[in-house]
Ligand binder design. Structure first.
Ligand SMILES: [Zn+2]
Ligand SMILES: [Zn+2]
Length: 76
């Protein structure tokens, strides 16, 4: 039975990270990860993306735009 939703499913898979048994609705069968570990993986990849974005200064490209909006008004 699935240890996540508690349903008695014929096909259960074992999470490769936390070893919980999950059915096809409670995790990713192909990567053998339960929903909990899938969410963790998502969080990690999101954080990594944000970090690398900061290094590539995406914020600077936004700020100049805001300042540009103010300039024409001040000049007039
Ligand atoms: Zn389940
Ligand atoms: Zn897991």
């Amino acid at each position: 039975m699935c240890e996540i939703c508690g349903e008695t499913e014929d096909n259960v898979y074992t999470c490769k990270k936390c070893r919980v048994k999950f059915c096809e609705y409670c995790g990713d069968v192909e990567s053998s990860l339960c929903l909990d570990c899938l969410a963790e993986e998502d969080l990690k990849s999101d954080e990594e993306l944000e970090d690398s974005d900061f290094d590539e200064e995406p914020d600077r490209s936004i700020k100049p735009h805001l300042e540009c909006k103010g300039y024409p008004i001040r000049i007039e």
